[in-house]
Design a protein around this ligand. Structure first.
Ligand code: 5GP
Length: 115
């Protein structure tokens, strides 16, 4: 077995973290290096899936639950509008291989990331 991920260690209370919401299968954690007024990570409690492609193939319902919790957090802590980002692979900036979505909200500027 490999070491538990940093997110699993936060969920278990082994290391500190600001968990702002949770359901039976998903939790939302304030990012330690925020890139927006609201920057929360939405994370499945299982670390069975490394990235969003594995999750979508293996448990699409869990992926939908992540989107639902993202919406809830963005509604409670911002104006309900948000950007949802999955870095997928090291070349795309993924550093933690326990699938997670970045929820970015608040004043993100007028420009979208693409287009
Ligand atoms: P990735 O680069 O894999 O898409 O995202 C990993 C995210 O986890 C980064 O935004 C990073 O700031 C966040 N992160 C890494 N270690 C910790 C930690 O110990 N606590 C919290 N709250 N966030 C962390």
């Amino acid at each position: 077995m490999s070491e538990p991920s940093v997110f699993t260690r936060i969920l278990s209370g082994e290391i500190p973290g600001d968990i702002v919401a949770e359901t039976d299968r998903v939790f939302a954690l304030t990012d330690i290096h925020p890139q927006a007024p609201l920057h929360v990570l939405v994370i499945p409690k299982t670390e069975e899936f490394r990235d969003v492609t594995e999750l979508a193939a293996g448990d699409p319902t869990l992926l939908a639950e992540m989107v639902g919790l993202a919406r809830e957090v963005a509604t409670r802590h911002a104006d309900g509008e948000f950007r949802l980002l999955f870095n997928t692979g090291p070349g795309a900036g993924q550093t933690v291989f326990h699938v997670h979505a970045h929820v970015l909200a608040g004043d993100l500027g007028e420009k979208s990331l693409v287009g």
